[in-house]
Ligand binder design. Structure first.
Ligand code: AGP
Length: 577
């Protein structure tokens, strides 16, 4: 988490520019914000970037670094906000990641008389370099840091009076953007994708010195040549336009986004999906790995492949190495919107060590997960700014449906974008009404079975993260094994009933019999559902039902006046373990 930005420009630019670039990374964390310029200016505070921008005085600069924070070590206070400086204030750093051995490093520096001002692990970096510079140059000090520091880091460092940024990283993402008259350093390409489409991606334990030009070095300080890559990233969808929130805008883009992925799988990415299919057939074991919403897409992947007689499993990334044995005959398929989720990256590194083949399904091109994969497919959902995944989930699921369809699953994907649009158009106002009756609830249960079980989990997650309601998504069949005890008169239960799923109907009756307030979402008109989704009777129902859940979480949160796009304590790109 946390977003870092650095700019080295040949011409003077306003400090607003670095904050605008930082704002593009705000989805990575939004507890505190700050920047440092090479004249020694350090401005930082808690709160959001827009407020900070209004409060701070504009200043012109040529070299600066900035940071938007998602707190790990130390509370949300001004002192803990980045940038951090050494004792003199001459060395200024921003850091994304966690220095695991910071206490050990800090104690040594305290013994030498360094004065610390924050509770963070990051501050140790500035003092470490202050100390090293007593008897070596900065380049050598960086190679020492890379050898001594344990943990994860993407660091930008400037020195007062120098038009230069020093950048180094391990495990946390870092990329250099090459503009006409300026260089950008950023946690991801979105930090500068409005300015340039040329970038160089840092590998672990590499560092760079950027001034009028740039030089990259390996961990021993040997200069290395790096490839400049061109990237494509949708610009047209970035603005919130007339919508109140990105979340609703992104839900309403789902039809368009699905059309894009299906087209691409039929054309540019066709060879790739065929290759993935071949790899699946060849592998002795197929395991999906993902976190959060992407994990629910993975569960659907298992369900779809099972329908076409391909056995697979889905494992939560942070538990991966505890629950599976992998070897050279295993195919690991990572699903990740951001392509940066640390839990997924760690699982993939583990799988790679065991010689497993790695395929990824990501939204962000050139992301770390894509770069360590043997094969990577892109879901082409366009930039998703709201912390809650909506259109990216729908595109992940669409890609997996396409894969199952290649293997014989009978599902018509050509009309999927229209079905999505109809689902939104026909149900939005009804969902808004429902939200008015549910927003005071503390708990909402969501039940599903088979196809609808992962959707129940996903809807519950949306209720938690956006509406701050305890949502419990579960298998209908598991109710009677315990949770039924919690159902009483009026308890809201959303029941996802696939056409002619009589077992799910029985589970629905079980909660009705205990007085629950049941909201039925179905593609089976006979059962007289609250939301009748006229999708065909096939797996597309999973997508349509998800959309009702997304809209519900959105309108409940709106009713409660919550910060929908930036829910408390969360961040879009989870780059810590
Ligand atoms: C989704 O709404 C969540 N914010 C979160 O669970 C997310 O899906 C998870 O962190 C995984 O992210 P990824 O897809 O970028 O790997």
């Amino acid at each position: 988490m946390c977003g870092i930005i650095g700019i080295v420009s040949q011409e003077y630019v306003s400090s607003k520019e670095i904050l605008k670039a930082l704002k593009r990374l705000e989805y990575r964390g939004y507890d505190s914000v700050g920047y440092a310029l090479n004249d020694g200016t350090v401005e930082k505070d808690t709160g959001e970037i827009s407020d900070f921008m209004r409060r701070t005085k504009e200043k012109n600069f040529r070299t600066g670094i900035a940071h938007t924070r998602w707190a790990t070590h130390g509370g949300v206070t001004r002192e803990n906000a980045h940038p951090h400086t050494d004792c003199s204030g001459d060395i200024m750093i921003v850091h994304n990641g966690i220095i695991e051995n910071y206490l050990e490093m800090k104690n040594k520096l305290l013994e030498k008389g360094h004065k610390f001002r924050s509770e963070t692990d990051s501050e140790v970096i500035a003092h470490y370099f202050e100390d090293k510079l007593n008897n070596m140059d900065l380049k050598d000090a960086i190679t020492d840091f890379i050898k001594e520091a344990k943990g994860t880091f993407a660091v930008l460092m400037i020195k007062k009076g120098e038009d230069r940024i020093y950048a180094f990283k391990r495990d946390s993402p870092l990329v250099l953007g090459i503009g006409e008259k300026e260089f950008y350093l950023s946690s991801d390409i979105y930090g500068f994708s409005d300015k340039t489409d040329r970038a160089i991606f840092f590998n672990d334990d590499e560092f760079a010195v950027i001034d009028k030009s740039y030089k990259f070095y390996d961990k021993d300080g040997n200069e290395i040549k790096k490839e400049v890559k061109r990237f494509q990233w949708g610009f047209s969808e970035e603005e919130k336009e007339t919508y109140d929130h990105y979340m609703i805008k992104e839900i309403k883009e789902e039809g368009k986004a699905v059309r894009r992925i299906i087209n691409s799988l039929n054309n540019e990415q066709h060879e790739k999906i065929l290759k993935l299919n071949k790899m699946i057939k060849k592998a002795k074991k197929v395991a999906f790995v993902a976190s959060g919403t992407s994990y629910f897409a993975a569960l659907l992947g298992v369900y779809f492949l099972n329908r076409v007689d391909v056995e697979s499993q889905a494992i939560i990334a942070s538990e991966f190495r505890h629950f599976i044995r992998v070897d050279e005959n295993t195919l690991v398929i990572a699903i990740s919107q951001s392509g940066e989720t640390m839990d997924v990256l760690k699982a993939l590194k583990f799988a790679k060590e065991k010689k497993a083949k790695i395929v990824s399904i990501v939204n962000v091109p050139h992301s770390s997960i894509q770069r360590i994969s043997d094969l990577s497919l892109e879901i082409l959902a366009g930039q998703e700014i709201c912390v809650a995944a909506t259109k990216t989930f729908i595109n992940q699921v669409s890609l997996l449906l396409y894969l199952a369809n290649l293997n014989g699953l009978n599902v018509n994907l050509n009309n999927l974008h229209r079905r999505i649009q109809e689902t939104i158009d026909n149900n939005e106002s009804k969902v808004r009404q429902l939200a008015k009756t549910l927003y005071r609830e503390r708990d909402i249960y969501v039940l599903g079975r088979g196809l609808t079980y992962p959707i129940a989990r996903e809807i519950a997650l949306k209720l938690k993260e956006i509406s701050y309601i305890h949502g419990e998504g579960m298998m209908g069949g598991e109710l009677k094994h315990g949770t039924l005890a919690l159902i009483e008169k009026g308890t809201p239960v959303i029941s996802l009933i696939q056409h002619e799923d009589y077992e799910m109907l029985s589970n629905t009756k079980e909660v009705e019999a205990r007085g629950a307030r049941v909201i039925k979402i179905s593609n089976d008109e006979k059962i007289n559902p609250d939301f009748y989704l006229k999708t065909s009777k096939d797996e597309k129902f999973a997508i349509a039902a998800t959309i009702i859940g997304q809209l519900l979480a959105y309108y409940i949160a709106k009713e409660k006046g919550l910060p929908i796009d930036k829910p408390r304590n969360l961040a879009k790109s989870v780059t810590v373990e």
